[in-house]
Design a protein around this ligand. Structure first.
Ligand code: 5AD
Length: 352
């Protein structure tokens, strides 16, 4: 039930007229208010490990980066983080990691069960492409949501930034099939893309935004692509920017446009104002995301000694601030823009 068509999406993606863009921000904000209300849901993010078997050309923790010290957070520490999330009044804990077979399905199922037994939190997982049995076991243990961005729906661009690790062609279809699987298992499903990947055209970004709506995703996270120097793409290996004004810029304005347009293709979805957005504008990126369609913030609860090791891109906004300090300012920042902190788990509402 999208509120916008492909032609209109493209028109906005190309628009650089700040005065005219006010109309887009307003529309996205109205739809956000109408469909998901003024509450901003907070999800505590715990980056539970940075081992990864993938070789994504853009990502700082990809398997071939030998300069990263690898870690896995122990179960007790993760559970303490969940208690901290609850203590702050957040409704959800998100466990994210690289795609790491060393995170054993049974072990994580125990952690999930404990969190679900001991707290009222919703549990979100963001662990890459894991086996069907693991996904089923975690759902059984009580996990509520699963996040996996498809990054781009363009199969050629996808392949160019995601080398195959098993000799089989790797395409967005693999990620779509996981998303379908988690939905069938009863998870809420979340996905998203990076904005401004070299080689990403306006047409293909418009396709991505339309696809969010067609897939009826419960959550959509988008953010600018940020170059990481210790990655293949950071060293110039990978797709080239498109010539002749066809390349989507990975700048702040484009990121807000994609957030706003996503609200129009997915009126009911939970949409975070992402850390990558805040990394481009530390002062007001998060607020501007919230005013232009977003309704979720994901404060980082990863213990400080691990946080700087989860460097998927450089200068992540959350590295600069302690959890306590961020948290103590957050309510004020949310109320400062006329919104309130969400109560409860902040599940996706189906409005019919
Ligand atoms: N710039 C921006 N976002 C990135 N991600 C990974 N690497 C980068 C980068 N260099 C995003 C991907 C991934 C999510 C966890 O982080 O979209 O799905």
């Amino acid at each position: 039930m999208g509120l916008i068509n492909r032609e209109q999406i493209l028109d906005w993606l190309y628009c650089d007229d700040e005065a005219r863009l006010e109309e887009l921000w307003q529309r996205a904000d109205e739809v956000r208010r109408d469909k998901v209300g003024d509450e901003v849901h907070l999800r505590g993010l715990v980056e539970i490990g940075n081992y990864c078997r993938r070789q994504c050309g853009y990502c700082g923790i990809n398997a071939s980066n030998k300069d990263v010290e690898r870690y896995r957070v122990d179960a007790e520490t993760i559970i303490e983080c969940a208690y901290q999330a609850h203590g702050y009044g957040y409704g959800t804990v998100v466990m994210q990691s690289g795609e790491d077979p060393g995170i054993k399905a049974e072990w994580l199922a125990d952690v999930i069960r404990r969190i679900k037994q001991e707290t009222p939190l919703a549990v979100t997982l963001s662990l890459g492409e894991r086996e069907d049995e693991a996904l089923a076991m975690w759902r059984e243990a009580g996990a509520d949501r699963y996040l996996l961005r498809f990054e781009t729906s363009n199969p050629v661009l996808f392949a160019a930034i995601h080398p195959s690790i098993d000799g089989k062609p790797y395409t967005p279809a693999d990620r779509f099939s996981l998303l379908k699987k988690v939905k069938d298992l009863g998870y809420e499903a979340g996905s998203g893309v990076m904005i401004g990947i070299p080689g990403q055209s306006y047409q293909s970004l418009a396709d991505d935004i339309l696809l969010f709506g067609e897939m009826d995703l419960d959550m959509i996270g988008v953010g600018p692509y940020i170059v990481h120097p210790d990655t293949p793409m950071g060293r110039g290996i990978g797709p080239r920017p498109l010539p002749g004004g066809e390349q989507v810029p990975g700048d702040e304005l484009m990121a807000y446009k994609v957030v706003a347009l996503t609200r129009l293709t997915c009126p009911e979805a939970n949409i975070p104002s992402t850390t990558a957005l805040a990394s481009l504008n530390y002062e007001s990126g998060r607020e501007l995301g919230l005013k232009r369609g977003a309704n979720v913030v994901m404060p980082n609860l990863t213990p400080p000694k691990y946080r700087y090791l989860y460097e998927i891109y450089p200068a992540k906004a959350c590295i600069q601030e302690s959890t306590d300090n961020f948290h103590s300012k957050l309510t004020g920042r949310i109320e400062g823009i006329g919104r309130s902190v969400g109560k409860g788990q902040g599940c996706r509402q189906h409005l019919g």
